[in-house]
Design a protein around this ligand. Structure first.
Ligand code: HDD
Length: 717
């Protein structure tokens, strides 16, 4: 056991050392040029006389400006905006029965990871809260080589074949004539494409749900999306679907909040992840797998190779096999988060691909994109991309080669180098592909088993609570409502009516349109030799699972009641009652939440007890959308808060977004919507101290926070 621990520690240390090469935070170093020449003056360029022109001879100036001119590299074509963290992965029990993957054998082994979260469509400088899928990419630095699980926070994808990926991305990116809109799908080209591609319908349901506007990167699920294979030492294969389940539960904001957060703090998610790790609140996910025996490949009413389908948890439960903890922020955004290169083709012995045509296309795309993004086939030598496994091969040279290969041999077989590097036998860890039998005609075609585009979209919609259904309807009203082309809206209504009639009717109502009585037939995209077969006409296959709680964020069993790391705004002004603040703050901190004092100005304010209270944020900076709950302590500040438009807006907005509001006295809320309501005093999620007995107040407030939102405040659609 001692050895196992040492081994785990070694592998973590090795990666840390690797990444610390050239750390530039030294405190005792002199400034030099890139050639190591000590610089005497970095403030004035070399000139002919004090007021004279700068001289071309000034190599210090030229080197500095030339380097600056080349600081930017092309941003990722998709997933450009991201943030990442270091951590480790640990398996709970050996998975030897299913896979020989080294990092899944030994519960004592901590495998270092680097995990990058991203939005898909927006540019590097766009906002975190766009309605979008989130990338969830994990690089495991295993002893057998790097393994990348490059997934998303949604378990399905828009398209079935990678050949349509450039079209999908062209459609969703800002329109080419005017570069608008940024980081948004609510525009004509996106919905034009979607409305002509019925296979996108299942993913569209997820993207229109609140999953596409997470509360935090720490509070979203992750999925490998494709079906992969586990291969054990006996070379037996099982199909596998990967799931990441967040320890804090899966939570979202509402769309109105998301849009406002984008203005108030476009780095909301990045900052939240960064601060959580800095404060020692290390985010944690459990890795779950759905394992399907090879023999069951054809037993489902959908095709396991189709990336627009899930395997309902009711059919194959998710087994939790390990955990990932993110415990260290990057030292340098560019060197690590920007230069990290993920690739679904980075696998290790024990894991293999299936013939999912989307996955197959990805296997080519990722190396290719790194070549143009990072500029060299040597991108694997960048510290964040280096493997901790020993690496030898005959690849040589190229732009920015770091390694100085010694010796004459750079070919295999050789005798001059003693035959080194040697090929590894399988029992020495040599990789071999799963020996799948393939006997087929060469065709440009798609299996008929891929032609059901609606039934799992219906399953998703049916699995939601009424509140979640309403949010999907409102999201579609918003997105389609922004389109200029009526024909696209109508085509979309036709598709929605094949998912659920009420859904289509409700969206149509918001758009002021009618659902077409017979939906437009999709263009036959599968042209060529099969055009005459009309194979692509979508059909709906009855699903054995009618509703799945795992698909609803509200019903989901992983929805956690914890309020750990949640942020509570304390609205205060001169004369606020300090004892109330102290009591609530202590109770919240005990539950792991954070209290922030918001007041008319920064610095300090005087409490009713005569003390100085430190202010965290002024009303100018803070906003309800940046917090999970609001508390208004009593004292002499009621008068001020009742006459301050910003404080009133703060409370009204918290109410509108169904958040918990606590106040020492009901009168403090006199100028808010809450006070005007007929059933005042009785509303859920409005906790008034004077009505509870003193002891229960903080407990009731914290219990209410555990419910997160009080959806009954939302109007019926
Ligand atoms: Fe992709 C990046 C996830 C389909 C081509 N993809 C990228 C990232 C994630 C995903 C998380 C960001 C990695 C990072 O943080 O650096 N992509 C997916 C998932 C897909 C998917 C879950 C479907 C199941 N992707 C997909 C297809 C193609 C690509 C079908 C092309 C055929 N993806 C890319 C890319 C990117 C990328 C262009 C851009 C930057 C990069 O690779 O490194 O190659």
């Amino acid at each position: 056991m001692k050895n196992v621990k040492k081994h785990a520690q070694d592998s973590e240390n090795r990666k840390q050392q690797d990444l610390k090469v050239n750390k530039s935070d030294a405190t005792d170093q002199m400034m030099t040029t890139d050639q190591g020449l000590k610089i005497n003056d970095d403030t004035n360029s070399l000139k002919a006389g004090e007021r004279g022109p700068s001289l071309l001879e000034d190599f210090i100036l030229r080197e500095k400006i030339t380097h600056f001119d080349h600081e930017r590299i092309p941003e990722r074509i998709v997933h450009a905006r991201g943030s990442a963290a270091h951590g480790y992965f640990q398996v709970y029990e050996s998975m030897e029965k299913y896979t020989k993957a080294g990092f899944l054998q030994d519960p004592g082994l901590k495998t270092p990871v680097f995990t990058r979260f991203s939005t898909v469509a927006g540019s590097r400088g766009s906002t975190d809260l766009a309605r979008d899928i989130r990338g969830f990419a994990v690089k495991f630095y295993t002893e057998q080589g790097n393994y990348d699980l490059v997934g998303n926070n949604v378990p399905v994808f828009f398209i079935q074949d990678a050949i349509k990926f450039p079209d999908l991305i062209h459609a969703v990116k800002p329109e080419p004539n005017n570069e608008m809109p940024q980081a948004a799908s609510a525009h004509d080209t996106f919905w034009d494409f979607i409305s002509l591609m019925p296979e996108t319908m299942h993913t569209i349901m997820w993207v229109m749900s609140d999953r596409a506007i997470p509360r935090s990167l720490r509070m979203m699920e992750g999925f490998g999306v494709h079906t992969f294979r586990f291969i054990n030492a006996k070379n037996e294969s099982h199909f596998v679907k990967f799931h990441w389940k967040p320890k804090l539960g899966t939570h979202a904001v509402v769309w109105d909040e998301a849009q406002k957060i984008s203005g108030k703090n476009s780095d909301f998610h990045r900052q939240d992840l960064w601060e959580a790790i800095e404060n020692g609140n290390f985010p944690e996910w459990e890795l779950g797998v759905q394992i399907i025996p090879e023999a069951d490949e054809h037993k489902f009413e959908f095709d396991l190779l189709d990336p627009t389908k899930i395997v309902p948890e009711e059919l194959v439960p998710v087994t939790i096999i390990g955990k990932m903890v993110l415990n260290r922020n990057p030292d340098n955004f560019f060197a690590e988060t920007e230069q990290v290169a993920f690739h679904p083709g980075h696998i290790v012995p024990g894991i293999d691909f299936t013939n999912d045509p989307l996955l197959q296309g990805r296997l080519f795309s990722y190396t290719d994109t790194q070549l143009s993004r990072l500029g060299s086939p040597n991108f694997h030598e960048i510290p964040i991309n280096r493997t901790i496994a020993p690496m030898f091969n005959n690849q040589r040279d190229g732009h920015m080669r770091q390694e100085i290969n010694v010796g004459r041999g750079s070919y295999h077989p050789n005798s001059l180098g003693g035959g080194c590097p040697f090929q590894a036998k399988i029992d020495e860890g040599g990789f071999t592909s799963f020996n799948e039998r393939i006997d087929a005609h060469k065709v440009r075609d798609r299996s008929e088993s891929f032609s059901d585009h609606f039934s799992q979209a219906t399953l998703f919609f049916n699995s939601q609570t009424q509140v979640e259904k309403n949010h999907i309807i409102k999201a579609l009203r918003f997105e389609l409502g922004k389109l200029e082309t009526i024909a696209i809206k109508t085509r979309m209504l036709g598709l929605l009516s094949q998912i659920d009639k009420t859904l289509a009717d409700k969206v149509a109502q918001g758009l002021g349109l009618k659902v077409p009585s017979s939906p437009e037939k999709p263009i036959n995209h599968g042209v060529g030799a099969n055009a005459d077969k009309q194979k692509y006409e979508p059909k709906k296959v009855t699903q054995s699972v009618k509703s799945s709680d795992a698909l609803s964020m509200i019903k989901n069993k992983t929805l956690s009641k914890t309020i750990a790391t949640r942020q509570v705004a304390f609205l205060c002004s001169e004369g606020v009652h300090q004892a109330s603040i102290n009591a609530m703050k202590t109770a919240l901190e005990k539950a792991g939440a954070t209290a922030k004092v918001i007041a008319p100005h920064l610095g300090t304010i005087k409490t009713s007890e005569g003390n100085e209270l430190a202010v965290d944020q002024s009303f100018l900076i803070a906003a309800s959308v940046l917090f999970d709950a609001v508390y208004i302590p009593g004292g002499k500040n009621a008068g001020f808060l009742n006459s301050n438009a910003e404080a009133i807006e703060f409370i009204n907005e918290a109410y509108k977004h169904c958040k918990v509001i606590g106040a020492d006295e009901f009168e403090i809320l006199a100028k808010t919507h809450i006070y005007d309501k007929e059933d005042k005093n009785e509303e859920e999620g409005i906790i008034i101290n004077s009505k509870t007995n003193d002891k229960n107040f903080t407990k009731e407030f914290i219990d209410a926070m555990g419910n997160h939102r009080f959806w009954n405040r939302e109007a019926e659609l």
